[in-house]
Design a protein around this ligand. Sequence first.
Ligand SMILES: NC(=O)c1ccc[n+]([C@@H]2O[C@H](COP(=O)([O-])OP(=O)(O)OC[C@H]3O[C@@H](n4cnc5c(N)ncnc54)[C@H](O)[C@@H]3O)[C@@H](O)[C@H]2O)c1
Length: 392
Amino acid sequence: MSLNPNGYKSLLLLVAGAKGAIGSTLAAAVSMLKHHPESVLPYLTTAGKFPSLFPQQAVDFAGWDVDNHPMATAISRHGILPNALWEPFQDEIARVKVFSSPGADLSRAAQVQQIILNIQSLKSGFPDALPVFINLLPACASEPLHATYTLSQIYAHKDSSGQEIFWPDISPDLSYALAAIACQIPVVNFTPNLLEYPAVVQEAVKNGVCMAGCDGKTGQTYFKVVLASAFKARNLQVDGWYSLNILGNADGKNLMDPEKAAGKLANKTHLLDDILGYPVGQKYGTPSHKVHIDYYPPRGDAKEAWDVIDLVGLFDLPMSIRINLQGRDSILAAPLVLDLARWMAALSRSGRKGLIPELGFYFKKPMGDCPPITFQEQLNCLQSLEYECLHL
Ligand SMILES: NC(=O)c1ccc[n+]([C@@H]2O[C@H](COP(=O)([O-])OP(=O)(O)OC[C@H]3O[C@@H](n4cnc5c(N)ncnc54)[C@H](O)[C@@H]3O)[C@@H](O)[C@H]2O)c1
């Protein structure tokens, strides 16, 4: 039976990593949405869309974190939002329900069971709300599960001697996703971590749940897709593209571990060749699209990115472009998360289940068959998807 949000009066964001940089910014944005919608709504790509869903301001926030400090402490510690912006709503923010994450010593099955119990208690606290699960956990090193694993193998992984091994610390987000799917709750994977194993997607289809991911496309990569699509449309040949990011938040620090950064760097790199239709750097015999991420504490969440793009035009004559993005990681990311939750609610109502590759606009590595590649294709897909949601 597919999830039918008819009759729901609001949206409930269930966020794993609720007190992280993006999660806590989102918690504040949800409060702001109720009191000063004019400070949030204009920055949503879904503003004004899906009018029959539920009021755009009707959003609540709950979730999980390993951090047991109050949400206000998390907002203040991240230093992303000026105090004057969120302090007037600190009582409301303090009431946000954030569960402790399941213990890392528990088996996968026990973790999933605990999260299901948490979800059931949240559902009874918000009986009129449509929940959407959002994964905002830190980037993990790659998961040692095979794509061919069945669900029971994912739950209980065995080594070559048949001994059962649990992976509590590896891909903890998979436990949240499995619990959400069991509760028929749509899943948004904003992280570069792999959740979309075939067996997991099959389970989502079986339960009538839609899934969107992975790796949110917020700053440098968003502009890269736009520009690369423009170069392709003009047949300007990209000879090389050097991208550097400095950021000083916890995500930046975490990504200093090469194993944890590997997935994100691959997602940031592959899409350029896919858009252009040729491997950049082919004539040099080595890729000349380079992406670097460097942890630089003084910048906090105020990430900065530089791009040097070398192009070739008529008669093979070289040109180049330089871009300096002075962004704010979580300020770019939080509204996209809210947008994705609204899309998932609308798609659930229209009966969609399984992966939604048409949401490629929002992701560095859109999961599912034949995702849209160029910027124009991504916009076209959003338009068709909106039409599908509105014409049931
Ligand atoms: N900011 C962006 O622009 C952007 C873009 C694309 C992807 N992402 C991804 O989004 C994710 C979140 O980013 P962030 O900047 O908020 O990271 P963050 O490190 O600030 O937040 C992660 C939160 O997860 C919590 N956590 C860790 N393990 C947990 C567990 N087992 N259960 C529950 N909570 C747990 C941490 O305590 C922390 O509060 C990262 O994977 C990042 O790579 C971010």
